[in-house]
Design a protein around this ligand. Structure first.
Ligand SMILES: Cc1cc2nc3c(=O)[nH]c(=O)nc-3n(C[C@H](O)[C@H](O)[C@H](O)COP(=O)(O)OP(=O)(O)OC[C@H]3O[C@@H](n4cnc5c(N)ncnc54)[C@H](O)[C@@H]3O)c2cc1C
Length: 378
């Protein structure tokens, strides 16, 4: 496996659990802060506005996160409830409502005024509408990755950190994987879970992926009580011309906010701008000033990367004609699904059917020109 981040750690665990001899190659350390899976919090929600087809996967993932909590003894998930909203016709509000209806999820619909009365940290327009769904909350991504990795090793997986993969080629019925600082490795199957670095490792004919710089900000609130997890659910809201999201105060820090897509800056993963600029801070301060109550000033920021597929759905499939499974293009909303993705990767490696939505929504060949591929250098 190349890449032991959010998805790779989960895949390593599920491969080891299924009895396969799995080796994870990671260029940095476990739970590092240079890819897409750092920053102390990730939203998990069932009222999935992107498409109702994700709801069973989110349910399965939540069950698997709880199972991993039991197995590892770590607390990974904190239930806070979640709100998804915007104007009456916003895709976030309408999409979340459609998912609740399609999958019979218990929910309430609130307007901006009643939302503000119940959760006084928010200051959204009275006419906006929100789906409130209780099965939502926050995952701690670094602890999740550490737990998956530790449990994978306990099941016999091998982890090689500080090992950068330079490329790979087909070698008989398997693959030969080239390392930057060591001898090549031969494997019967290759799993690519390289996050924003995926583009450089995928063969010709792969689905297009674009890497985008994101920045999130932690606030230093004037009234910290407003942002306690019991009083401030996770949120996604279409407002002021963008999709904003956020988290309650956790781990001794203030609430965290972000704008999906941020400043729409394309980047290469090794060239990511890692400091926060005045424009980064101004964007997120503006949202907090306008839409949260007494949230104070931006205290710190963290850059991170999204890897978008063209339709914003994931790519998790065997690469046609090659002994390779790819899991990439998580388009800014993948972390919550990591254990279900890991489970599906293990099935794909074993030539088993991963079921829906992998068979349709996440197929490698759903894009024009992505039907087949030849290995680089083969
Ligand atoms: C700011 C931000 C907020 C987000 N919020 C949410 C959220 O609330 N909820 C949610 O579900 N999702 C969210 N996401 C999306 C989610 O975090 C990502 O989809 C997910 O973490 C992607 O995981 P990954 O394993 O693909 O990438 P990564 O975790 O980056 O893992 C890729 C790994 O591969 C390694 N690697 C790459 N190339 C090589 C190589 N050549 N050799 C060896 N190792 C290599 C990297 O070092 C890295 O460890 C957010 C993302 C960001 C950036």
């Amino acid at each position: 496996m190349v890449g032991v981040g959010g998805m790779g750690s989960a895949a390593l665990y599920h491969l080891a659990r299924s009895g396969l001899r799995a080796v994870g190659l990671e260029q940095f350390s476990v739970a590092h802060d240079r890819g897409s899976s750092h920053g102390e919090s990730r939203i998990l929600r069932l009222a999935y506005f992107e498409a109702p087809g994700y709801v069973p996967l989110a349910r399965r993932s939540l069950a698997l996160w709880h199972a991993l909590e039991r197995e590892s003894g770590e607390r990974l998930f904190l239930a806070t409830g979640g709100i998804d909203g915007g104007t009456d016709d916003s895709p976030i509000f309408q999409g979340a409502l459609a998912s609740c209806r399609a999958h019979d999820l218990a929910h309430e619909v609130l307007d901006g005024r009643s939302l503000g009365e119940r959760y006084p940290g928010f200051r959204f327009p009275p006419g906006h509408r929100f789906v409130l769904q209780s099965e939502a909350g926050v995952l701690h991504p670094e602890t999740c990755i550490e737990a998956h990795t530790r449990m994978a090793e306990a099941l016999g997986a091998e982890l090689r950190c500080h090992t950068r993969v330079d490329g790979w080629e087909r070698d008989g019925d398997g693959v030969r994987i080239h390392l930057v600082d060591d001898d090549p490795v031969r494997a019967r199957r290759l799993v690519l879970t390289a996050g924003p670095w995926s583009r450089g490792l995928l063969p010709e004919g792969a689905p297009r992926l674009q890497v985008e710089r994101q920045v999130v900000a932690w606030m230093a609130p004037e009234d910290p009580e407003l942002f306690e997890p019991e009083r401030f659910p996770i949120f996604n809201v279409d407002i002021d011309g963008g999709h904003h999201y956020g988290f309650p105060a956790l781990h001794g820090r203030g609430p965290k906010v972000g704008r999906f897509g941020h400043l729409h800056e394309r980047t290469e993963p090794d060239a990511l701008r890692r400091d926060a600029t005045a424009a980064d801070r101004a964007l997120l301060q503006g949202f907090a000033d306008h839409r949260l109550r007494r949230a104070g000033t931006v205290e710190s920021c963290a850059p991170c990367m999204f890897t978008h597929s063209d339709d914003t759905h994931f790519v998790v499939d065997r690469i046609p004609g090659l002994p390779v499974v790819a899991a990439c293009g998580f388009s800014g909303h993948g972390f919550k699904f990591a254990p279900a993705i890991g489970e599906a990767v293990a099935r794909l490696v074993a030539d088993e059917d991963p079921g829906e939505p992998f068979r349709t929504l996440f197929r490698w060949d759903r894009f024009e020109g992505g039907a087949g591929a030849s290995a680089p250098g083969a």
